[in-house]
Design a protein around this ligand. Sequence first.
Ligand code: GDP
Length: 424
Amino acid sequence: MVRAVVGANWGDEGKGKITDMLAQEADIIVRFQGGANAGHTIINNYGKFALHTLPSGVFYNHTTSIIGNGVALDIPVLFKEIQSIVERNVPMPKILVSDRAQIVMSYHKNFDAYEEERLGGRSFGSTKSGIAPFYSDKFAKIGFQVSELFDDALLKEKAARVAEQKNVLLEHLYHKPLIDPKDLYKELTEYRDMVEPYVCDTALFLHNAVREGKNILLEGQLGSLKDPDHGIYPMVTSSSTLAGYGAVGAGIPAYEIQKVITVCKAYSSAVGAGAFVSEIFGEEADELRRRGGDGGEFGATTGRPRRMGWFDCVASKYGCRLQGTTDVAFTVLDVLGYLDEIPVCVGYEIDGEVTTDFPPTYLLERAKPVLKILPGWRSDIRGIKSYEELPENCRNYIEFVEAEIGYPITMVSNGPGREDIIYR
Ligand code: GDP
């Protein structure tokens, strides 16, 4: 069975925790899109980890972790991450890297930073991990595929060709140091030596695994609203964040994805620029940020404070719909226990009309939140194991959200640990 774990919102919904938890019964965990620009935070017996590239299944002995063809593969980051977990006594995980994945080069990161610098105040708030320049090159067909590392003649010729093209931009647009094709070739050969032990045809491996009835988890990064097609374009990421893309980015048939577990956080947070209708500010936001997640809502990659907001039923209903949700995992609910009253965004007012359908960006910029105030439960719900034991107002909050978004909440997460989960 193939299951996808994906985000309904702007990312940081707690997908890492849910994947880590579901990985207990999985054989294979696959990253199918994105790169090292977002991070999953995972807390388990070995400690607390922020993973950027490795799938969240690396902490188990019985799982194989796959970096699929759809990923923006940052080889030095992958290496550092493997080292950093092994150093902390996690057994060496079984990792496979797709021979068709493409490589994030150091110049991609440079171009990312140069472009943000050039845009100044109009920047996208990129994490400068090279993701947008990487995917631009992939689709412009000047990217480096892992398999190409093993064709030396091709590599030399292509390094020269790519340097020539990049240098025009470096010289005339950014006024930055040029790329020497020899350095570029050397970078590629270093990557070859680092990645070689892990490379294989992962789509074939997964094809066989599907046939053998293995349990496969596809792990998404970010969430629906950051999807380049269906999200808040242009304040989006550069690869699809939707479960459907899992088929492409892992190389398995679309019809094999039988369950889509969409992770939805009990309040909102976002990083980077872009419309955020239910956003809150000032002391109200500071307090939620301080109490949020596990140790505050700050970027796992950048440490930046996240933007905060109330739960947004409009955005979440849309986010769940685009994922093709079969199950919602409703996370970080314990954090809201300090509030007397909890506002929830139930509609958008745009030019005097209220809608519950998520609009394209130009209308979203004009939307004002319609809030409904629900009573809080004023207690700590961590440690509770069954749904019936949750305070009544807490259950009402869950059931209200479920009715608004229209997808079944089958899991409620009431703490950062693996065992902090209530099944319904
Ligand atoms: P991801 O990118 O979707 O995996 O999300 P992040 O890792 O950025 O954010 C989730 C944060 O919330 C992490 O610090 C988790 O440890 C934490 N977390 C996940 N689920 C829960 C929960 O139910 N309660 C609390 N308090 N923290 C949680």
